[in-house]
Design a protein around this ligand. Structure first.
Ligand code: 13P
Length: 338
C-alpha cells in the first residue's frame, strides 16, 4: 500500500459504504467466543478462523479495515502466508488494538481506566514500521448507582486524548472508543445523558491536546436502553437519539463515526445503523466497526469444522454487505433472506 497521510486514511476507511471488522479480541475474549461453540482456542484455531474471514472473496467491497490483536498482526496461516499481508493485498487497511485492557480505578468500585499509556509510544513502533495504518483504544464507562463518576469520565477521556496524540505522532489513525456499556437496568434517556456527557468530555480532552480531528475516527455506542431494562428496543427512537447525541458532541471535522455493536444482535445492529443513515442529516460518514455483530453468525457456522469454510465466508460476506447497505440507508429486512 502506498504512503498516505492519516487524514486521507481516516477518510478512506469510512468512504463508499465501507466499514471496519473488529477482529481484535484478546486471547481471553476469543477463548470465550470459541467456548460458546465448543472449540479449543489455540494458535492454530485462531489463525484458521481469522484467516477464513480475511480470505472471504469480495470482502473488501464492504470492509475497508480490520482491527487486529497483536498475535494476529504477526501471524501466518498453515500455508505460511502472513494474515496482515493478506489484508494489504486486497486493499484492506490493517489496524492494531493497542490498549492493554482495563484496571479498576480504586478497589471499592467496578469503574475502570484503560492500561498501557506509559509504554504506548514504544509499543506502536513495530506496528507502524510493519504497515499498520490505524490503532484502537477502548475505554469503558458503566452506568449504575453513582456511576459514572466524574473522575472516571475525566480520566478515561484524558487517556483517550493522550493515546490519540501519540498514535498520530506515529502516523497512525487513532480510533477513539469510549464505550458506554449496555449492561444494566437504565433506560434510553439515561444512556443518552451519559453518552452526551462522556463524548463532550472526550472531545474537550482531544481539543486540549491538539489532536488532529481530521485524522481520527470516533467509535461510540449507539443510544440504547440497558440490557436489563424493561424498555424494548425502539429502533426509530434509538436512531433519532443516537444522531442527536452525536450532533451535539462531535465536531464536524471528524471524518467518520464507526459504531461498536456492544452486545446488540447482528440484525439489530444493522437495522439501527440503517435507520440512522436514513435520517441523512449527519456531517460525518456513519459506519460500523463491529466485532460480535459481524462475526456471530459466521462463528456459529464454523463450529470448529474447517470443511465449513465456504459457508462461514458466505455468511460473513452477507453480514458485511448488509451493513454496507445500512451505511447508505439502503438496507431492508427482506434482503436478509438473500
Ligand atoms: P463489538 O462490536 O462486539 O462491541 O466489538 C467492537 C469492539 O471493537 C469492542 O472494542
Amino acid at each position: 500500500m502506498s504512503e498516505e497521510n492519516i487524514q486521507l486514511i481516516a477518510k478512506k476507511i469510512v468512504e463508499s459504504g465501507k466499514g471496519i471488522l473488529a477482529a481484535d479480541e484478546s486471547t481471553n475474549t476469543i477463548k470465550k467466543r470459541f467456548d460458546s461453540i465448543n472449540v479449543d482456542s489455540n494458535e492454530e484455531t485462531r489463525s484458521f478462523y481469522r484467516d477464513t474471514l480475511f480470505s472471504t472473496p469480495d470482502i473488501s467491497k464492504y470492509i475497508s479495515g480490520v482491527i487486529l490483536f497483536e498475535e494476529t498482526f504477526f501471524q501466518k496461516n498453515s500455508s505460511n502466508e502472513s494474515l496482515k499481508e493478506k489484508l494489504e493485498n486486497i486493499n484492506c487497511y490493517p489496524g492494531i488494538k493497542i490498549d492493554q485492557g482495563l484496571e479498576t480505578i480504586n478497589k471499592d468500585s467496578i469503574e475502570t481506566y484503560t492500561k498501557g499509556i506509559e509504554s504506548l509510544d514504544d509499543r506502536l513502533k513495530p506496528y507502524s514500521k510493519n504497515g499498520a495504518k490505524f490503532t484502537k483504544w477502548r475505554a469503558v464507562i458503566n452506568i449504575g448507582k453513582n456511576m459514572p463518576s466524574k473522575a472516571c469520565v475525566e480520566k478515561n477521556s484524558s487517556l483517550l486524548a493522550e493515546y490519540a496524540l501519540i498514535s498520530q505522532n506515529n502516523k497512525l489513525v487513532p480510533i477513539v472508543e469510549p464505550e458506554v456499556i449496555m449492561d444494566g437496568e437504565h433506560g434510553i434517556d439515561e444512556c443518552y445523558d451519559i453518552t452526551v456527557k462522556t463524548l463532550t468530555q472526550v472531545f474537550s480532552s482531544l481539543e486540549e491536546k491538539n489532536v488532529d480531528l481530521k485524522g481520527m475516527l470516533l467509535k461510540p455506542n449507539m443510544i440504547v436502553p440497558g440490557n436489563q431494562s424493561s424498555e424494548k428496543l425502539d429502533i426509530k427512537k434509538i436512531a433519532k437519539q443516537t444522531l442527536k447525541c452525536l450532533i451535539k458532541t462531535v465536531p464536524k471535522e471528524v471524518p467518520g463515526v464507526v459504531f461498536l455493536s456492544g452486545g446488540l444482535s447482528s440484525v439489530d445492529a444493522t437495522t439501527i445503523l440503517n435507520e440512522i443513515n436514513k435520517l441523512n442529516s449527519a456531517p460525518w460518514n456513519l459506519s460500523f466497526s463491529y466485532g460480535r455483530a459481524l462475526q456471530e453468525d459466521a462463528l456459529k457456522a464454523w463450529a470448529g469444522k474447517n470443511e465449513n469454510k465456504n459457508r462461514v465466508q458466505d455468511i460473513f460476506l452477507h453480514r458485511a454487505k448488509m451493513n454496507s447497505l445500512a451505511c447508505h440507508g439502503k438496507w431492508d429486512a427482506s434482503l436478509e433472506n438473500e
